[in-house]
Design a protein around this ligand. Structure first.
Ligand SMILES: Nc1ncnc2c1ncn2[C@@H]1O[C@H](COP(=O)(O)OP(=O)(O)OP(=O)(O)O)[C@@H](O)[C@H]1O
Length: 277
């Protein structure tokens, strides 16, 4: 569904994405993670056809997405940087979205309004909504769009715990819907519970790692004890004389008898890989 080779994006003289190789097949919820400023939003805007690549290959549904209606009609991009005219009331924004997306899910949108307790804000102008309420508008548009490819850029910014739970619950319910979601996120711990795969963008503007959730949980174990130095050992920590580290599963046999191993938490592995990226 999404295919890139050596995808590069420069702004003036600044290279942000520098040879991104990425393949995402149809279906599932994919996390796009990386440190601040590595180019996650830029990559989502390129995929959504809103930015033009500087060089390299990028196809979405087999076509170059930039300014191409046949691709853009099948893609929804919402999130932290997607704003609406400040005088539009929330209800106007949802009406506009229902006209924009042919598969608009009216029942789903109304359910989200209820679950986010937004009934009293439907006639409030976007400019006077709180940050959390704006985030909820973005989430409703993204999820109710029914777009085959839905790109959510830090969708939870400003949401309290209850409303983040509402978001993740609705997202999870769509997991088997044949829709594809790419979620740019810094909330590794929360989002890792719903992700089918993780893409880690590195500070050099390339994809450093792309793993399915199964590959991640199979790749590393959490080792406790005296963990020997070895290439690939991550997130070494010491407290009260006990060492803990993430050890590639292939190195388990090299660990001494006093080292205990257990399944590594996926979010811990992602955080560790992020540090390396
Ligand atoms: N339109 C633009 N013109 C010039 N520079 C831009 C533009 N859009 C993004 N950039 C720059 O590209 C870099 C990557 O920005 P981007 O927003 O894609 O990163 P990000 O990974 O989403 O960051 P964060 O996690 O902080 O949201 C930043 O240095 C940013 O200043």
């Amino acid at each position: 569904m999404i295919h890139t080779r050596q995808l590069t994006k420069k702004f003036s003289n600044r290279t942000v994405l520098n040879g991104v190789d990425l393949d995402i097949a149809q279906g599932g919820i994919h996390g796009l993670v990386g440190r601040n400023g590595v180019g996650k939003s830029t990559l989502l805007s390129l995929i959504a056809g809103q930015l033009k690549p500087t060089s390299g290959e990028l196809t979405v549904f087999g076509e170059k997405p930039f300014d191409r209606a046949s691709v853009m009609d099948r893609v929804a991009l919402t999130g932290v940087d997607v704003t609406y005219p400040s005088r539009w009331r929330m209800r106007d924004i949802l009406t506009a979205a229902s006209l924009r997306y042919p598969g608009w899910d009216e029942v789903g949108a109304e359910q989200l309004i209820t679950d986010f307790a937004l009934e009293d804000s439907l006639h409030t102008g976007y400019g006077t909504l709180s940050r959390g309420q704006r985030a909820m508008v973005g989430i409703i548009v993204g999820l109710a769009s029914s777009a085959e490819l839905t790109l959510l850029d830090e969708p939870y910014v400003g949401l309290d715990t209850h409303n983040r739970d509402v978001f993740y619950r609705h997202l999870l319910a769509m997991r088997d819907s044949h829709r594809t979601f790419v979620v740019a996120t810094h909330h590794i711990h929360e989002s890792s519970k719903v992700l089918d795969s993780v893409i880690i963008l590195g500070r050099d503007g390339t994809v450093k790692y792309q793993y399915t959730a199964d590959e991640l949980s199979d790749s590393y174990v959490l080792a406790t004890g005296v963990v020997p130095e070895a290439p690939g050992v991550l997130a070494r920590q010491e407290s009260h004389g006990t060492e803990r580290a993430l050890v590639p599963r292939g190195l388990i046999e090299n660990l001494g008898p006093g080292v205990r191993t257990e399944t590594a938490d996926m979010s811990r592995v992602i955080e560790a890989l992020l540090e390396e990226s």
